[in-house]
Each structure stands twice: as structure tokens, then as C-alpha cells.
Design a protein around this ligand. Structure first.
Ligand code: RTP
Ligand code: MG
Length: 136
């Protein structure tokens, strides 16, 4: 069944010139771009996006990081797109992410891990609507 997921190339990925690399990898996998926008998040949107982590010790740093420069927001579609993109991204901690994954190939630090991908159908719906309210 076709589903949609929200992918972010985080500010570290944008500043390192990895937008094209991420898009190439997801397109090569067979996923399809539905929407794309380069934007800098305001604090409120960032805190809403990462609301599940509000009580975590890294939350303030995470919000600083994700609002610290432009990010590339993408809506991506395909069969099991949520799981498919999370597999392309690799583990949250880039040192544990396998070689061949985006995080495994391009990152070393847990916060600066290049990409975000929605983690469930419920998160995907919430996040796609947050970033692209006009998307049907
Ligand atoms: P994401 O939400 O960004 O796709 O990443 P994820 O599901 O793999 O990981 P999650 O547990 O949701 O964490 C969200 C983001 O917070 C940063 N983080 N920092 N300093 C830390 O210990 C720490 N832990 C997580 C990362 O940027 C992570 O992707
Ligand atoms: Mg997450």
C-alpha cells in the first residue's frame, strides 16, 4: 500500500551539501517526491515537530540545532515509505548506523545525524500536515 512520510534534510545536511545525495538515494530506492521546500523553522514549529521529546535532556539543544539554519522538508511517497526511508537513514546514533545508510555514511554525532524520517503512520500524518498544510 502506498503511504507518505515526512523526510527532513536537517540543517547539518543542508550546510554540508547533502540534499542532492539524500534525494538521489531515496529516488534510486523507488520512492517518489511529492513536495519539497527549503525553509528555516521557527521555534514553535520545531517544538511541535519534536513534542514527543519535550521532557528529554537534549530537547533544548535539539530545538537550537533544528532551527539553526535552513532545512529541506520533503514529502516522499511509495509502498511502505515510512519504513523504507527509516532503513535508508539508518540508526539514530550514526556510529551504530550501518555503512551504506545515510547516517552510517555521513555522520558521527547523534544530534547531527543529517536526516529525519517519520516513525509511524500517525507521526507521518501529523508531520506532513505540520510542514505542508495545503497538501491533500
Ligand atoms: P528523527 O526523529 O530526527 O528522525 O530521529 P530518530 O527518530 O532516529 O530519533 P529520535 O529518538 O526521534 O530523536 C530525534 C532527534 O533528536 C536528536 N537526538 N539527540 N543528544 C542526544 O542524545 C540525542 N538523541 C537524539 C537526533 O537529532 C535525533 O535524530
Ligand atoms: Mg524520531
Amino acid at each position: 500500500m502506498t503511504e507518505r512520510t515526512l523526510v527532513l534534510v536537517k540543517p547539518d545536511g543542508v550546510s554540508r551539501g547533502l540534499v542532492g545525495e539524500v534525494i538521489t538515494r531515496l529516488e534510486r530506492k523507488g520512492l517518489r517526491l511529492v513536495a519539497a521546500e527549503l525553509r528555516t523553522l521557527d521555534r514553535e514549529t520545531a517544538e511541535t515537530h519534536y513534542a514527543e521529546h519535550r521532557e528529554r535532556p537534549f530537547f533544548a539543544d535539539l530545538v537550537e540545532f533544528i532551527t539553526g539554519g535552513p532545512l529541506m522538508a520533503l514529502v516522499v511517497e511509495g509502498p511502505r515509505a515510512i519504513e523504507a526511508f527509516r532503513a535508508l537513514a539508518g540508526a539514530t546514533d550514526p556510529v551504530k548506523a550501518g555503512p551504506g545508510t545515510i547516517r552510517g555514511d555521513f555522520a558521527l554525532e547523534v544530534q547531527n545525524n543529517i536526516v529525519h524520517g517519520s516513525d509511524s503512520p500517525e507521526s507521518a500524518e501529523r508531520e506532513v500536515t505540520l510542514f505542508f498544510p495545503n497538501l491533500a
